[in-house]
Design a protein around this ligand. Structure first.
Ligand SMILES: Nc1ncnc2c1ncn2[C@@H]1O[C@H](COP(=O)(O)OP(=O)(O)OP(=O)(O)O)[C@@H](O)[C@H]1O
Length: 310
């Protein structure tokens, strides 16, 4: 697959404080790449540097083979983290204005706008003023504005935030369709379930630096240890004493036993004491949401350190 966006060794400081350091990744045609990280990790700084809104101190951003001033901005679509449209402008005029800024033919833009307004549940809203829209509706209009000119690369900074579950599903399938039609998509999100469902690869930043990168399957294989969920009255201390247990969480009569990377699941199951109360038992890989929490709270580092001291 052809590489559309390349980021190499990106670094940015504000007032001598290093915000992002040595960030490198790429996004290919038809691929959905997620940029993840806790609040303040440096995702928006990375995205703004790619968009040319910020000047990185170090590194290169390439669109195909074009760098900096040569990048054809009308081939890129951007939904910024800060939502904002002119308030006293009609929906269709707003979208056509955004298309015009990208030198996109107005007749075609109008057809596309009507198509997407209908698809996103805003049929008949063309002449409504932006200020009369709800927050979610305005976000949909801004999303349409970011794709109206058929960009080759689409950058979405937290596209799902502020949307109800139905609208999130609509956005999700729209983003998937755009990727299937060949658009390269880079998105940042805190909704790990969404990321898990739609993204092909992910890149996680923590304190301005890369901590994870890879396909969803690679990341799961590398970081997603197993967890055993047991329903039954059991004392946490008993479960904690079992081998390969990194921690135990209990809620009512359900215990979640997190297992470390070295565990061999069939062997682990064989050594469970007969005295355990088991009404139900399941073994699963931990989710991306749990991987994120492990990394953001430095639990995986603690685990690695304790393993290396063992
Ligand atoms: N213009 C600026 N001047 C000074 N510091 C800034 C500026 N922009 C961002 N920062 C700092 O850079 C760090 C990273 O911010 P950034 O917005 O990139 O994080 P983020 O990962 O997008 O976070 P969030 O998930 O909260 O949106 C934060 O500590 C923030 O305070």
């Amino acid at each position: 697959m052809e590489t559309i966006l390349t980021v190499e060794g990106l670094g940015k400081s504000f007032k001598e404080r290093q915000i992002v350091k040595d960030i490198s990744f790429n996004v290919k045609r038809g691929e959905i790449m997620a940029v993840l990280g806790p609040n303040g990790a440096g995702k928006s700084t990375t995205i703004r540097s790619i968009m040319g809104i910020l000047y990185p101190d170090e590194g290169i951003v390439k669109f195909h083979q074009c760098e900096a001033g040569e990048i054809p901005r009308n081939k890129i679509g951007y939904l910024p983290e800060e939502r904002g449209l002119y308030k006293n402008v009609k929906v269709m005029d707003m979208i056509l204005y955004l298309a015009e800024l990208k030198d996109y033919p107005i007749k075609k833009a109008k057809e596309r706008a009507l198509h997407y307004l209908a698809k996103l549940g805003l049929e008949g809203k063309e002449k409504v003023s932006v200020e009369e829209l709800s927050k979610g509706m305005a976000q949909k209009v801004q999303f349409i504005g970011s794709i109206i000119h058929e960009p080759e690369l689409l950058i979405l900074d937290e596209p799902f935030s502020g949307l109800d579950p139905v609208s999130q599903e609509v956005f999700k399938s729209e983003i998937k369709e755009l990727a299937q039609s060949g658009t390269a998509i880079l998105l940042s999100s805190h909704q790990m379930n969404m990321v898990e469902e739609i993204c092909d690869r992910l890149f996680m930043i923590h304190r301005g630096q890369r901590v994870i990168e890879g396909t969803m399957i690679d990341v799961k294989n590398e970081y997603a240890n197993f967890k055993c969920t047991i329903r039954g009255e059991n004392e946490a201390a008993v479960l904690e004493r079992l081998s390969h247990v990194s921690r135990v969480e209990q809620k009512g009569d359900v215990s979640i036993v997190y297992l470390n990377q070295e565990v061999v699941v069939p062997q682990w199951l064989k050594q469970l004491p007969e005295t355990l109360s088991i009404q139900e038992l399941s073994i699963d890989r931990i989710s991306l949401h749990e991987i994120f929490i492990d990394i953001a709270t430095d639990r995986h580092i603690i685990k690695e350190e304790s393993a290396s001291h063992a």
